[in-house]
Each structure stands twice: as C-alpha cells, then as structure tokens.
Design a protein around this ligand. Structure first.
Ligand code: HEM
Length: 460
C-alpha cells in the first residue's frame, strides 16, 4: 500500500522503473503466486516490466500455440536456459536454430518406438532392484530416492552405465545447479559471474565435477571400442565421423549432449514421481482404485511393456499429477523479431514471452474445480473435450520434450512396479511445498513411510 502510494507521486519514467523492480521482487519472493495473480486479471496477455526486461505472460491458447509452434524461428529459449548454458553447454535443450535441428535429428533415433520397447525392461529391472531394498516401516526421502532411481534408469538405457556409485555426487551437482537458478536469474548476472563470489565458485565447481563424470564415461566407452547400440555409441560415432555431409559433433558438443540428456532425462521424471506418490498418499480412494488396477493386470508377476495399454488408470494418475505439479512449470522465449499474436498483441523484439504451464493447467475453463486431484480428467473422452494446448507438461511443437514417450513409459512402469509391493505414507510433520526453481521440486523433500502391502486373500 505504502509503496503504491509512493509510486503515485513519482514521474512516469521513474514510476515505471520502480514498478519493474517491484514486480521483480514479487516474482522472486513467490513465483507461483505472482503468476496466479496475473492470471486472475482474466486478460489473454499480461504485459509488464520485470527488472530490466519487458515481459508478456501468455494465457490464451492460440497465442501460446503461435509462440511454440508457428513462430519458432522468431524466438530463442528464455533467460533461464540461456544462463543454464554455463553448466549444460549447448546440448539439445539449449541449442538454437540449425545447431538445434542437427542435434535433434541425431538424437531422435534413440527415442524411436522400437528403441523405447527395449528400455522398458531396464526400467522394470532397476525398479525391482530398488523395491527389494525397501523395508516395511522405514522412512525414506522419496524426492532423493526417485532422483537416484531415474538417474539409474537413464544411465542404463541411454548410456549403458551403472550410476549407483556416483549417484550422490551427481545428485549434489544437480542440487547446486538447481539452487544456483535464483542467482543466475539476477538481472546483473552477466557482470556478477566474473566476480569471485561463493555462488560463482559453486557454479564453476559444479561444472568441473560434471565434466569429470561425463568425460570419464565418454573415455571409457571410446577405449572399449565396442558399439553398445545405445545413444552414447551413436553420439560417439557421430563425433568420430569425418566424411563430407555427415552429422558430426565436436568433443564439447558430445559432452554437452550427454550431460543434457543425463540431467534432463532424470530430474523431471523424478519430480513427477515424487509428486505422484505424495498425491496418492493424500487421496486413498484414488490410490485404492490404482492398486486394484495394478493387482488385476499384474497379479504377482512383474510388469512388462505389453502391460502398458492395460495400466490406463495408472497413466491417468500420472497425467493428473503432471497437471497439478508440472515439473516444467513455466517456459520462456526471448523474442527476436516482432510477432503478431492471434489475440491482437504485438510482441516486441528483445522482450520475453512466458508460457505459465502450471497456471494454464489450473484454468477453471478447462479444469473445473482445478485444485482437486481427479484422474477422471484424463479419460480418453475427457481429453477429447479439451483443447490440446490446455495441457502442456511436455510443451508442444518442434522444441517439445524429446523424452516425452520415454517419460510416460517410465512413470507408469515405475509406479506399477513399486505399488505392486509397497505403499507410501507421508511422514508426520513433513511440510510439503513446491519450490519453483528450474523445475518444480518439493522444497523440503518428501519423507514418506514405506508400508509393505499385504498379499490379498485369494477368492475361494
Ligand atoms: C515428466 C518428465 C518430463 C517432463 C515434464 C519434461 C518436460 C519438458 C519440457 C516442457 C520441455 C520443453 C522445454 C522448453 O521448451 O523450454 C522439455 C524438453 C526436453 N526434454 Fe523433457 N521432460 C521430461 C522428461 C524427459 C526425459 C525422460 C528426457 C530424456 C531422456 C528429456 C529430455 C528433454 C530434452 C533433451 C529436451 C529439449 C528438446 C529440444 O529442445 O529439442 N525430458 N522437456
């Protein structure tokens, strides 16, 4: 109130600067509420200054489609990913233009349907082994556990490596990387990054540790000289090719690609699984129905990839969890050329366009009573009634998630394999709050009690 009153007394240009910094402060103190307040205005586009930037937040689905699908040549990734290059380099997630197209073409075969089928058994294997380590009644932080499990899965499937010995170090690096997000998003970061600040040193140390890990994997594979038929062998072959017209990668690109897939390939899915376990622990009726499906489809045997079509309620549960807690809760684009949006707004070059995925997923027009966890929203009929862009946990268009099918398959197989034997109950006193950094993590972790499931009495 006082700030608003003071702003009223200032000349227009000073007022605008003050407003820009006030917006910046609100965004930093509570990113999710800030976006919700903007959505409550009910406008298709909210245009506002934030620190040094002119920002458009898009709430209209046609406008969102325009940015993500029709005008991709006129935009680049937003500031968060731009600055993540400090650690990630220029892999598939952060590369732009032709370099991105080339990399996408190169990596795509690792995600073809036939390849995915092969990954299914590794996913089940890793989860079964993890499941066997769980003790009835013990407390585990499911956020950390799911990070380890999904890291192990992506290591096995795409790189044919066992990450278990290095999981803690990679987890720590990832933690530092994610925690550095707020610092790298400071408007003067391009200057700050040259100063000997502890945060800058931590970013350098994180990069160095990840480099050591990734280059070790690459070196070992090169020395082995064997084609493992996985993504890593494919990428190394592409790096070593010298023939004219071949899609080649430099050693640095190879490192960037591997690191990107290792990190992007486990962090998001781990968050999705953690939120799903939390939601199930709070909704016993949904959990019971899900357990019923798992028991009737699997009985006592392990799942296989052929069970996926029959685990449809499990998929609905994951879909609803991704609606409420989308790991990529917002995506941003930097505008390079003027863009005229279907809603009539013109985006100016140099500005940022934000797609607030989590807010779109909670618009009552598409999701009545939006806070309610209700997997019925994802039956085939319910989905057919909604516009496609009202649901975008994996984004859409040429920069959508390359790992989408991998992630669906992994989430359903991991859940079914775990819940066949155990349930998870939130630990007493566990505070649950989303932490919107690069992804939507659980701010205080997710300590849960492991409860072994009793075998069901046989029907006589
Ligand atoms: C629930 C799990 C996941 C979610 C919610 C998710 C979400 C997303 C989203 C929203 C994007 C677009 C980002 C943007 O446009 O700025 C993206 C891109 C990407 N994701 Fe995922 N992802 C998941 C799992 C995976 C997995 C399992 C992999 C790999 C194994 C992966 C690899 C990538 C890569 C490489 C990109 C960049 C694609 C490109 O720009 O061409 N993701 N993901």
């Amino acid at each position: 109130m006082l700030i608003d009153a003071a702003l009223g007394l200032l000349p227009a240009s000073v007022k605008q600067h003050a407003q820009a910094w006030q917006n910046f402060a609100s965004l930093r103190s509570d990113r999710l509420r800030f976006m919700e307040r903007l959505a409550a205005r009910g406008e298709p586009v909210v245009e506002l200054p934030i620190s040094l930037y002119h920002v458009y937040v898009l709430f209209d689905l046609d406008d969102i489609k325009e940015i993500l699908v029709n005008q991709t040549r006129k935009v680049h990734k937003g500031m968060g990913l731009e600055r993540a290059k400090e650690v990630l380099g220029e892999g598939l997630l952060t590369a732009e233009g032709d370099a991105h197209l080339r990399q996408r073409r190169l990596v795509q075969p690792a995600f073809h349907k036939q390849r995915l089928r092969g990954y299914g058994s590794a996913m089940i294997d890793c989860t079964t082994q993890y499941r066997s380590e769980l003790q009835d009644g013990e407390l585990r932080d499911m956020h950390t556990e799911m990070m380890r499990l999904t890291l192990r899965i992506v290591g096995r499937t795409l790189f044919d490596v066992d990450t278990s010995a290095d999981a803690d170090e990679i987890g720590q690096c990832l933690h530092n990387f994610v925690q550095s997000f707020n610092f790298t998003m400071l408007p003067f970061y391009p200057l700050l990054r040259h100063l000997p600040l502890p945060q800058v040193r931590r970013i350098h140390a994180t990069r160095a540790a990840l480099d050591r890990y990734i280059y070790r994997i690459i070196d070992e594979r090169r020395k082995s000289g064997r084609d493992h038929g996985d993504l890593l062998s494919m990428l190394i072959a592409a790096t070593d090719q010298e023939s004219e017209g071949a899609t080649t990668l430099s050693d640095t690109q190879l490192r960037d690609e591997c690191l990107t897939l290792l990190l992007a390939g486990h962090e998001t899915t781990a968050n999705a699984l953690t939120w799903t376990l939390f939601l199930l622990s709070q909704h016993p009726a949904v959990e019971q129905r899900l357990l019923g499906e798992i028991d009737s489809v699997l009985g006592d045997r392990l799942p296989t990839i052929d069970d996926l079509p029959r685990l449809s309620y499990c998929e609905q549960v994951v879909a609803e969890s991704l609606r409420l807690y989308p790991p990529a809760y917002a995506i941003a684009r930097r505008v390079l050329e003027p863009i005229d949006l279907p809603s009539g707004h013109r985006l100016q070059p140099g500005s940022l366009a934000i797609v607030p995925i989590r807010v779109i997923h909670r618009l009552p027009t598409f999701y009545p009573d939006p806070e309610r966890f209700d997997p019925e929203r994802f039956t085939a009929e319910a989905k057919a009634r909604r516009p496609r862009f009202a649901y975008l946990p994996f984004s859409h268009g040429p920069r959508n998630c390359i790992g989408e099918h991998f992630a669906w398959m992994e989430a359903v197989l991991v859940l079914a394999t775990l819940l066949q034997r155990v349930q998870f109950r939130l630990a007493p006193g566990q505070v649950v709050e989303p932490d919107p950094l690069i992804t939507l993590r659980a701010r205080y972790g997710m300590r849960m009690r492991v409860c072994a499931r009793r075998p069901r009495p046989q029907a006589s």
